[in-house]
Ligand binder design. Structure first.
Ligand code: UD1
Length: 417
């Protein structure tokens, strides 16, 4: 199993180019299932999750060619296999995103139930409820969701909770349904907008994405298109915190400050100096940062995918901060590892209280999930001495060439077997 070794303690400095967004690329790749014509996607990040998604689509019968790095053509002319097997869904829950498009296009799909995962239970009841409202017959057999529909029909769906992939699955299904679908209490995440814009470029009739009511008028078919995936806001935020927590300076290129509002506000509040233009952000830190409280919630509030990274910043900031996690019930697994590096954190239910210390110390630590791994990398690069991070396959699911990018910023980081 591979590990990362980081020799910390040096402020990071330099510039970095942000990759395409994982959470936009995954649903957008699934949109290829909605048409028999060739669909070209650019700015696809090279990650374990995108590779898993491409293998799943290929196994279902999609013809895939990688034109050049990050540019992929997908043709779903003959879909031969309706099944998304457990082996794939258990490594990447986003595999559930094939359900809506398959049902809409070929009238049947069998997708493994994701089950629990490290950060929480993460049920898919809202995906199922929405597809049933559109006329699908759904049964759960041997751990698989088996969905069938001769033809989906538009429906008015009020979602009980805000779910990102739930909104995306139903939006994709509705593009080919008979009549109009209205999704109420929809997720407003920028990745939902990116998927909607991608579907519109393929001929779908969608309005309201980015708000909490999305209207989709079903069309007979979608057509070929080329679409560029948006930049990754979570990768951007992770690099910003790396620079801030290490007391360094960074210039971030190919990003979208307009979708990082609350993250930039919190960094400002902590004392970082930030400037930005349309597609770049500059961050500089001249003094010890101050602790900032935060509470995760659906977009536009603070993203749960940035909670672990911000906890590292608070660990070495001046003062005491309170972080409340409202999205996932078990998303504090990085806390024990950070404590082993000298952080002073108490957890009570879904709240963590972080008392800032002046230094973290390098240690051997274990990555438990994707964003927890990112927090350990950040902790490693600000800690005194050597940090060895085990189980970094979690990190490779969501960060493209992370050690190469960090090396260019002056971090002493190596991967070992
Ligand atoms: C997506 C993101 C993930 C991010 C999360 C929250 C992708 C591929 N992944 O995950 O990185 O952390 O949004 O921003 O985009 N829930 C239900 N029933 C459902 C669906 C969800 O109860 O049918 C609950 C979940 O357990 C969780 C909450 O709703 O507590 C939000 O989950 P959801 O938005 O669905 O997360 P994902 O779409 O899986």
């Amino acid at each position: 199993m591979q590990k990362l070794i980081i020799h910390g303690g040096t402020p990071i400095s330099g510039e970095v180019q942000i990759s395409g967004a994982k959470n936009a690329a995954l649903p957008i790749l699934c949109a290829s299932l909605l048409t028999g014509e060739t669909f070209r996607v650019t700015n696809v990040p090279s990650l374990n999750d995108t590779t898993t998604m491409l293998s799943l689509l290929e196994q279902m019968g999609v013809n895939i060619s990688i034109d050049k790095r990050s540019e992929i053509s997908l043709t779903a002319a003959n879909l031969s296999n309706l099944i998304a097997p457990y082996e794939m869904v258990k490594t990447m829950r986003a595999a559930i995103l094939v359900l809506g498009p398959m049902l809409a296009r070929v009238g049947e799909a069998k997708v493994s139930l994701p089950g629990g995962c490290a950060i929480g239970l993460r049920p898919v009841d809202q995906h199922i409820k929405g597809l049933q409202a559109m006329g699908a017959e759904i049964s759960i057999e041997h751990g698989y969701i088996h969905a069938k529909a001769n033809h989906l029909i538009g429906a008015h769906i009020i979602m009980d909770i805000v779910t990102v992939t739930g909104t995306e699955n139903l939006m994709m299904a509705a593009t080919l349904a008979d009549g109009t679908t209205i999704l109420e209490n929809a997720a407003r995440e920028p990745e939902v907008i990116d998927l909607a814009e991608c579907l519109i470029s393929m001929g779908a009739k969608i309005s309201g994405a980015g708000g909490d009511v999305i209207t989709i008028k079903g069309v007979k078919s979608l057509h070929e298109s080329t679409y560029q995936v948006m930049p990754d806001r979570i990768e951007t935020g992770t690099f910003l915190i790396a620079a801030a927590a290490s007391g360094g300076e960074i210039h971030i290129k190919n990003t979208r400050p307009d979708i990082l509002g609350v993250v930039l506000d919190k960094l400002n509040e902590s004392g970082a100096e930030i400037e930005f233009g349309k597609d770049w952000i500059n961050l500089k830190v001249n003094q010890r940062l101050k602790s900032v409280n935060l509470r995760t919630a659906p977009y536009p509030a603070f993203p749960t995918d940035m909670q672990a990274q911000f906890m590292v910043l608070n660990s070495v900031a001046e003062g005491t901060a309170i972080i409340t996690e409202t999205i996932f019930e078990n998303r504090f697994m990085h806390v024990l590892e950070l404590k082993r590096m000298g952080a002073c954190i108490e957890v009570e239910g879904n709240t963590a209280v972080i008392h800032g210390v002046t230094n973290l110390e390098g240690a051997g630590v274990m990555a438990t999930d994707l964003r927890a791994s990112a927090s350990l990398v950040l902790a490693g690069l600000i800690a005194q001495g050597e940090t060895i991070i085990d189980r970094i396959y979690h990190l490779d699911r969501g960060y493209e060439r992370i050690e190469e990018k960090l090396s260019c910023l002056g971090v002493r980081i190596n991967r070992i077997n």
